[in-house]
Design a protein around this ligand. Structure first.
Ligand code: FAD
Ligand code: DLZ
Ligand code: SF4
Length: 510
């Protein structure tokens, strides 16, 4: 018989390793210490995946498949994927192990050794749950001097005929980003997010995670994520019906105590296999055609899935393993303790970290322009920032997390993924949110104890990285600003920066 291993983020009947499965084969799924602790994942992420895995195993059984499921607390559980496979090969007559390529380089590298270790053929099938294969991406990237998402995205729109007419892109433009930067108005009414019911399976997993992962970051309750494809489809429907209309307008907006805004909250379902990218795109496109959502919203949403999601995956597999070690700006400051505790007086950071802790979720602009922007301008060490992002979000796997962190927020890849660092001062956060209203700092004050730390940290970042960034044509405006500054002003920026980090260090040391 063949042994087919299904990983925790491969919860789909159409996954490559199952396409030719027969009822005689053995399907293995296992909850293992290796995967749950290689970083200390958020408790809610583990509940989501273990419960999702258990529900998916039930689906397979109901289809007549022969499933061997190993629970985390099974006394015989070895804690490693390879040893769980080995345990079965000792008992059954297994002729071949079949697996779909994992989403992380470390695990793929390990699996490539399995055949020798197990003395069995191990077939690793390409993961075809994406709209661009890694080979096609490599072919697209080959011979290009610069890789830019916009060029890739336009090709993907053409290739998959998404939002296209005979004359080109529907509406005449490829990109409606300029319409998608509205500040949030007072009293913006945000619909409640989708909330799945907690059944007995999830309840058991919650007890298990509380017992076995007490020192992992984050809150288990409230738990409302979908743990089946059916519920994930309901979440997608609810997004299209209730939020998509304003997705574009408020794509970059942040509001105090509104963690979900008009985003879709489907990233975790796409990444674990419950939803396919094409069905999400098709559903949104249909909403445009039936008049229920405007073009700026639908194009914005499509761009994220058909463009960014596929593009960052392509970059990951093109550039690994070297990508992970890149640190072009030589950033080395340790991650401040407040990334774990939310104990900081910067209200924007406190909000985004608190919501991350509660929900294992923050929307894109919080990840990018608050948490990420701080990490960039404070010069935090990429390895520590990557670990943080990989463990705190329910949708995080290295193929998508690493390019977003090292490429998009930290510019650690020197501009391979993004054309310039997304560095911004407090003015940006003030314009796009109401966080500053409840902050002890003032976004209009540039120096001194009342000044918003993002203001002087921004200029300190520009100043200390001048040798590396001045030549970037998209940074010309920033360096003109720096060049206009007096020496006194630059000294004040340096002094404020030093004071700020000394205060944090003193506070965190108690
Ligand atoms: P929406 O805003 O509704 O967007 C729709 C979908 O588009 C998302 O579900 C996602 O699948 C896709 N998408 C949007 N932006 C990106 C992007 N930049 N890269 C890849 N896909 C994108 N996304 C992850 O899936 N996993 C991660 O670990 C992750 N880490 C990130 C780290 C940083 C520093 C940044 C800036 C972004 C990160 N993202 C990550 C991208 C994005 O923030 C999340 O996909 C999004 O916030 C998920 O919420 P949503 O489903 O409500 O997304
Ligand atoms: C993230 C995760 C966790 C927390 N636990 C498991 C697990 O116990 N068993 C499993 O098969 N997969 C798990 N995963 C998902 C894997 O980490 C994921 O498949 C790899 O990181 C590759 O993307
Ligand atoms: Fe954040 Fe600065 Fe605004 Fe405070 S004043 S919320 S630190 S941007």
């Amino acid at each position: 018989m063949k042994l087919r291993l299904i990983l925790g983020d491969q919860l789909s009947l159409s996954v490559a390793s199952l396409t030719d499965a027969t009822k005689e084969d053995l399907i293995l799924m296992c909850e293992v210490r290796q995967e749950a602790t290689y970083v200390k994942h958020h408790k809610k992420k583990i509940v989501f995946l273990f419960s999702g895995m258990r529900h998916f195993a039930q689906t397979l059984v109901s289809q007549g498949f022969n499933v061997h499921y190993v629970a985390y607390d099974d006394p015989k559980n070895t804690g490693s994927l390879r040893d769980e496979v080995a345990r079965l090969t000792d008992v059954y007559d297994i002729s071949e192990v079949i697996v779909t390529a994992p989403g992380e380089y470390r695990l793929l590298a390990e699996m490539k050794q399995w055949s020798d270790a197990l003395s069995l053929p191990v077939t690793i099938r390409p993961d075809d749950r994406f709209l661009c294969t890694t080979d096609k991406f490599a072919a697209w990237a080959k011979d290009r001097k610069q890789l830019r998402m916009e060029h890739f995205y336009r090709e993907m729109r053409r290739k998959h005929a998404v939002l296209m007419s005979d004359d080109g892109p529907i509406g005449g433009k490829w990109n409606y980003d300029a319409d998608n930067r509205k500040s949030p108005p007072q009293n913006l009414k945000v619909p409640d997010p989708f909330q799945a019911d907690v059944d007995d399976i999830t309840q058991d997993v919650i007890a298990l995670v509380a017992e076995h992962f007490p020192d992992h970051f984050g809150d288990i309750y409230p738990f409302h994520f979908a743990v089946t494809r059916g519920a994930a489809l309901q979440a997608l429907d609810m997004f299209v019906d209730e939020r998509l209309r304003l997705f574009g307008d408020y794509q970059d907006a942040m509001v105090q105590d509104e963690p979900w805004m008009f985003h879709s909250h489907i990233g975790l379902y796409l990444n674990c296999g419950f939803l396919t990218p094409l069905e999400c795109i098709t559903r949104a496109e249909a909403a445009f055609h039936d008049g229920s959502a405007p073009l700026n919203a639908v194009e914005g949403f499509v761009r994220q899935i058909l463009g960014w999601r596929e593009y960052v995956r392509g970059i990951y597999w093109l550039k690994m393993p070297n990508y992970k070690a890149m640190n072009v700006l030589e950033a080395k400051r340790p991650l401040p303790e407040f990334y774990w505790t939310a104990d900081t007086q910067m209200n924007c950071m406190r909000q985004c970290i608190t919501e991350t802790k509660q929900n294992a979720y923050a929307h894109h602009i919080q990840r990018l322009m608050v948490l990420g922007n701080f990490a960039l301008i404070a010069g935090l060490a990429p390895a520590q920032v990557n670990d943080w992002y990989l463990l705190v979000y329910a949708d995080a796997y290295e193929w998508v997390e690493l390019p977003n962190v090292s490429g998009m927020i930290l510019f650690a890849d020197g501009g391979l993924l993004a054309s310039k660092p997304y560095a911004a001062s407090g003015a940006y956060i003030h314009k796009m949110s109401n966080y500053c209203e409840s902050c002890r700092y003032n976004p209009s004050v540039k120096n001194g104890p009342k000044a918003c730390p993002f203001n002087y940290l921004y200029w300190d970042f520009i100043d200390r990285n001048a040798a590396k960034l001045r030549g970037n044509p998209r940074m010309g405006f920033a360096y003109k600003g720096l060049d206009r500054m007096t020496d006194e002003k630059r000294s004040a920026i340096r002094a404020d920066t030093e004071r700020f980090f000394n205060e944090i260090e003193a506070y965190e040391k108690g």
